[in-house]
Design a protein around this ligand. Structure first.
Ligand SMILES: C[S@@+](CC[C@H](N)C(=O)[O-])C[C@H]1O[C@@H](n2cnc3c(N)ncnc32)[C@H](O)[C@@H]1O
Length: 307
């Protein structure tokens, strides 16, 4: 049983808030999260897939992404040749509109469908891969969603989810965020950046953010969610510790200032520092330490070939 972070809203309200929040976020989403659809994006996403599977991946013939957002995972995997035919789903029409625009710009072919992860409008055994990035923690009834993932997956097919917040990692990350809030006025002075007014759209955005994230996971909870849906070869690993602390400090500082005032040199430092620490996490910490202490969890599993 997965413990819920936000118990104040009903499941229907959580889905509604998620739709509205992500519709509003869709225009600025790629810029806010530094989402890349070039060489860097392809290599980051391909590396995450290898890490989640624990091996090199063969190309998947038919994929379905859940909560695909603006297309970070699927579009990069299509471009890298790791997916042959892709369907992207999301509860937010705004996110899917941005995804279609990204696909068109990149010259990639993808079907898009507006759906709730708990009710998939696809026939049984339609896909060889069901995947998602940073989506499970938004879904109110995970047992129902995993039952749907298993149903639409062909026998022998794979599920793969990455970028899910770990409960312990989430708590630890609160410290750098708090530190950055305290340092923000000093940092803005050093950068000669104006403060962003905490009124209006920004404040509404921050308020909604508290309601869209409904879970943070312990590794065994993700494992059980897959096992209870009848999946086998279940694997849960953690990723990013130093990189996530560094990233949260920088993002919190940057979010306190007018975006146009944040110097280019600072953005370069934040970007290169993040990549460096990500490589350190991956080579030194992730092979040695328990999954639960990392900021993100990854899950992969397989549907039995014959039931
Ligand atoms: C944090 S964003 C991640 C987007 C994208 N996967 C990425 O990594 O950039 C979460 C996405 O899940 C979608 N979402 C939230 N609740 C959902 C639900 N119940 N069913 C389907 N998608 C949902 C949101 O609309 C949003 O696009």
């Amino acid at each position: 049983m997965v413990r819920s972070v936000s118990a104040a809203l009903t499941a229907e309200q959580i889905r509604d808030v998620n739709t509205r929040y992500h519709d509003v976020a869709a225009h600025e989403y790629d810029a806010k999260w530094g989402i890349d659809f070039g060489e860097l994006g392809r290599s980051q996403v391909s590396a995450k897939v290898r890490k989640a599977l624990g091996r090199e991946a063969v190309a998947f013939a038919r994929s379905l992404e859940i909560g695909a957002g603006t297309g970070y995972f699927t579009l990069n995997l299509l471009a890298a040749g790791m997916i042959e035919r892709a369907t992207c789903s999301d509860i937010s029409p705004g996110m899917l509109a941005t995804l279609r625009a990204n696909a068109q710009r990149l010259g990639l072919q993808v079907d898009t469908v507006r759906v709730d992860a708990e009710r998939l409008p696809f026939r049984d055994a339609s896909f060889d891969l069901v995947l998602g990035h940073a989506v499970l923690h938004h879904i109110p009834d995970l047992d129902r969603a995993f039952a749907e993932f298993a149903r639409v997956l062909a026998p022998g097919g794979t599920i793969l989810f990455a970028g899910e917040p770990s409960r312990c990692g989430d708590r630890i990350a609160a410290l750098p965020k708090r530190l950055a809030c305290t340092l923000a006025p000093l940092w803005r002075r050093a950068m000669r950046a104006r403060a962003l007014p905490a009124e209006g759209e920004q404040a509404a955005d921050a308020w909604l953010e508290g309601y869209v994230d409904v879970h943070a996971f312990a590794p065994h909870e993700l494992r059980h969610a897959a096992q209870d849906a009848g999946m086998t070869d279940v694997r849960v690993v953690g990723e990013e510790l130093l990189a996530s602390w560094f990233g949260w400090i920088n993002r919190t500082l940057e979010a306190s200032a007018e975006p146009a005032d944040v110097p280019w040199a600072w953005r370069q430092y934040a970007y290169r520092g993040y990549l460096l620490l990500q490589a350190l996490d991956s080579s030194l910490l992730e092979p040695q330490m328990p999954a639960s202490i990392f900021y993100n969890l990854m899950l992969s599993a397989r549907k039995r070939a014959h039931l």
